[in-house]
Design a protein around this ligand. Sequence first.
Ligand code: ZN
Length: 115
Amino acid sequence: MRLLLNTLLLIFSLAITALCLWFASHAPWYGILLAAWFFALINTMPFAIMHEAVHGVASRSAWGNRLIGVVAGWAFPTSFLLQRRAHLNHHDNTRTDGELYDYSLAHRPRWLRNI
Ligand SMILES: [Zn+2]
């Protein structure tokens, strides 16, 4: 049931985002702004579903999480596997010295923070 609901939400959100892209390509400038705003709002849904899949809760099965995570990843310039690896690493290291991307420590080279 969980996988079915997330699949329906994913299909709905991907369809709406595609509609926003189509609308933006045919609209005047103010329509483009409206489409971009709505695209940004609705495109959080595939990311949220991919996030659930990363944590293994979008479906009760591993294959369901992988399948819906891969499809949700199509909405972003990343892959599900890369996102899963990076995101779980993020949770393992949140707010530690090893995962500082918003500022530099005095004893570390500044260029190193973005790697
Ligand atoms: Zn998370």
